[in-house]
Design a protein around this ligand. Structure first.
Ligand SMILES: Cc1ncc(COP(=O)(O)O)c(C=O)c1O
Length: 385
């Protein structure tokens, strides 16, 4: 038989997150492996999407998104991110931030281009880079608080480097890059003439009075920064598949062409729902979201501390990398399975976020759970001591 798996697929590893979810379901455990918010969808978002179907928003939208949504995003980008984006030419609405990132990589990278990824990384970033036959180059964040070494970053850059991927707040580490760090990355990108692809999907999950800084808002960065984000997390609509990429028009046209090719457009009535949510939800919504997630973080991290698995308290996003090196096992997978069997709580083995063996001492938990589920998970984890 001459039919076989293609090389592109062979490079991708099966998602550990799905594998743990499966094992968890079999054991009827509490799934803290997947980053799915179990919290409710805000009423204006739901209502507007329902109305949109009734009112006939059921056909293709423009390839780069519904006018109402591009306009709402442009307003939000101005107020929250300090980014000026023309809704006619610089915003592409896609199938989630995942679709947006894929279109960015397909539209702007050539096979063989090198792309810098900070480690620990988000697995989809790596897989997408591989899928477009670009070459990932890893720069490890260092120490217990995931410090960025600018020397390491400089050293990773070659003549073939095309882009640096930033994810702030970061999955899985919970690191929020400081303004100084982002400025330093920006200077390096300008010096070497590189793109910055910045995934800011957790922009509203930034704790302890920190502020979210968008790379594109830094001086001289609008031209070379592609900002990827979306409302999957903020509005708890991961299944709706609405996200976006923001870029200078010459890049946006390439990203948009890829979006048209793969998706034609994002789901029309759901785009409308998100647009109305952005319009109608007041600052108190975002403040409430933040407070509730900061409380979940504090509750969960306190338990990790009590059972001796704590390392870095997340500054943003809603994941925590627990240091499980004291648990039996030789790698993250064995330790995650040990935890699942002992407590019925599932996390993702650290290997999913690192090259080599550095992930062996970590399991990633998501605390984006309802209070009830989080309480149960905490009680179960406490039985470990
Ligand atoms: C860093 C990061 N980017 C993107 C996504 C996915 O976003 P979306 O559902 O909008 O595709 C996730 C989800 O876990 C994520 O952690």
């Amino acid at each position: 038989m001459n039919l076989h798996e293609n090389q592109r697929l062979a490079k991708l590893s099966q998602s550990e997150i799905r594998a743990m979810t499966l094992a968890c379901t079999q054991m009827q455990g509490i799934n803290l492996a997947q980053g799915v918010c179990d919290t409710g969808v805000p009423e204006p978002v739901l209502e507007a999407a329902k109305q949109a179907m009734d009112q006939g928003f059921n056909i293709y939208t423009r390839y780069d998104g519904l006018a109402e949504l591009r306009q709402a995003l442009a307003e939000r980008l101005k107020i929250f991110n300090h980014i000026t984006a023309n809704p006619e030419t610089e915003i592409t609405v896609s199938a989630g931030a995942t679709g947006a990132f894929h279109c960015v990589c397909m539209g702007l990278l050539q096979p063989g281009d090198e792309v810098i990824l900070f480690e620990p990384y988000y697995g989809y970033h790596l897989s997408t880079i591989l899928a477009v036959e670009a070459v990932p180059k890893f720069v490890s964040l260092q120490g217990n608080d995931w410090n960025l070494s600018l020397d390491d970053l400089e050293q990773a850059i070659t003549k073939r480097t095309k882009a640096i991927v930033v994810n702030t707040p970061a999955n899985p580490s919970g690191k929020v890059f400081s303004k100084e760090e982002l400025q330093a990355i920006a200077e390096i990108a300008k010096h070497h003439d590189l793109f910055v692809f910045t995934d800011e999907i957790y922009e509203y999950f930034v704790y302890d009075q920190r502020s979210h800084v968008s790379v594109a808002a830094l001086p001289g960065m609008a031209e070379r920064t592609i900002t990827i984000s979306g409302y999957s997390k903020t509005f708890s609509i991961t299944g709706w598949r609405i996200g976006h990429a923001v870029a200078a028009s010459r890049w946006a046209s390439m990203i948009g062409a890829m979006n048209d090719l793969v998706y034609v457009c994002a789901p029309a009535p759901l785009q409308y729902g998100v647009a109305m949510g952005i319009h109608e939800l007041k600052p108190t919504f975002y403040e409430g979201l933040l407070q509730s997630f900061q409380r979940k973080r504090d509750q969960f991290c306190q338990v990790l501390e009590d059972i001796g698995l704590a390392q870095f308290i997340p500054q943003g996003a809603y994941y925590v990398l627990a240091d499980v090196s004291r648990l039996p096992g030789t790698n993250g997978k064995e330790r995650a399975m040990y935890l699942l069997e002992k407590t019925g709580v599932a996390g993702v083995p650290g290997e999913a976020f690192f090259q080599g063996n550095d992930g062996a001492r970590y399991v990633r938990f998501s605390f984006a759970k309802t209070d009830t589920d989080l309480d149960v998970a905490c009680e179960r984890l406490k039985t470990l001591v």
